[in-house]
Design a protein around this ligand. Structure first.
Ligand SMILES: Nc1ncnc2c1ncn2[C@@H]1O[C@H](COP(=O)(O)OP(=O)(O)OP(=O)(O)O)[C@@H](O)[C@H]1O
Ligand SMILES: [Mg+2]
Length: 279
């Protein structure tokens, strides 16, 4: 399903180069639910963007759903995103003037061929599944943070993707709702062979994953499935202290915090829920 080998990704920031991913390798099989953890700035979103075909400026190999992403034309990459991948972005990326239902329908607007009726019915069902029945007509501004997050999830699931890439999909949810959302993702993994790669800072969310991967110093390490070793406790403690920013290898004199959130709202905004509208 996902085969990443020696993935390297750097950002240039003026004269400085920040090596965010320094040789990441990763394999995810169909139907797996894999959690990626790591300190703020460690490159989790960057990794998701490469896997989802939103960022092709990398070195190494990224094979997803049988495609070598580097080999796809821009059009084929857009089709890959639209047809196979569901995104839940860290900033949700809901479209402000559209109501909840329209936001969920948006990816279908760009790519789908069904009649309007079944589309809308499916969007309503997706909203029901995330507990938002009755809020279809609200605008994003009239929702709580957790509700917006669930709209983003409904939108990502609406097109029945084979792969869901979710960047902190439960970050704004209370523990009970977070548990429901994760249970839903698990269920979809079993019933529809949905593969899920999710970024989380929450140990409870990570605990229900099949595997937990830790991104640190530009590399991925897999946590052993068996609980209770000192090493895991150390890792968990390290992850909890989010306030300490990760220190990726910086060459030359990086000026602090130059463009942290730069990618938010640029390439991402162009791609609501499912991949870009580049077609
Ligand atoms: N477009 C960009 N230009 C320059 N630097 C960038 C860009 N996008 C990300 N970075 C830098 O790359 C590093 C990794 O960023 P990334 O967004 O992947 O972190 P993250 O692990 O998702 O963090 P968080 O948990 O805070 O979301 C950070 O140091 C960030 O400043
Ligand atoms: Mg991030």
């Amino acid at each position: 399903m996902i085969r990443i080998e020696r993935l390297q990704k750097s950002f240039t920031d003026g004269a400085a180069r920040v090596d965010v991913l320094r040789g990441v390798s990763l394999q995810v099989e169909e139907g797996e639910l894999v959690a990626v953890m790591g300190a703020s700035g460690s490159g989790k979103s960057t990794l998701l963007h490469v896997i989802g075909g939103l960022d092709r400026a990398y070195q190494g190999t990224a094979q997803v759903l049988g495609h070598d992403l580097a080999q796809l034309s821009d059009g084929d990459l857009a089709r890959f995103r639209n047809e196979s991948v569901g995104f839940v972005f860290q900033g949700f990326n809901l479209v402000a003037p559209l109501n909840v239902l329209q936001n969920v329908l948006l990816p279908g607007y760009f790519s789908r061929r069904d009649e309007e009726g079944p589309e809308e019915e499916r969007a309503r069902r997706a909203l029901e599944r995330v507990g938002l029945a009755g809020k279809e007509g609200r605008l994003p501004a009239q929702l709580s943070g957790g509700e917006r997050q669930r709209v983003a999830l409904a939108r990502a699931l609406f097109g029945r993707p084979r792969l869901l890439l979710a960047d902190e999909p439960t970050g704004s949810l209370d523990p009970a709702t977070a548990a429901e959302v994760i249970a839903l993702l698990r269920e979809l993994g079993e019933s529809e062979a949905l593969t899920v790669l999710l970024v989380t800072h929450d140990d409870r969310v990570a605990a229900v994953a099949d595997r937990i991967l830790h991104l640190r110093d530009g590399l991925l390490a897999e946590e052993q499935a068996q609980q209770g070793t000192q090493r895991q406790d150390d890792l968990r403690t390290a992850d909890r202290s989010r306030a300490t920013m990760a220190q990726p290898a910086v060459e030359a004199n990086a000026s602090q915090g130059a463009s942290e959130e730069m990618s938010e709202g640029s390439s991402q905004a162009a791609s609501a829920g499912r991949g870009g509208a580049a077609r």
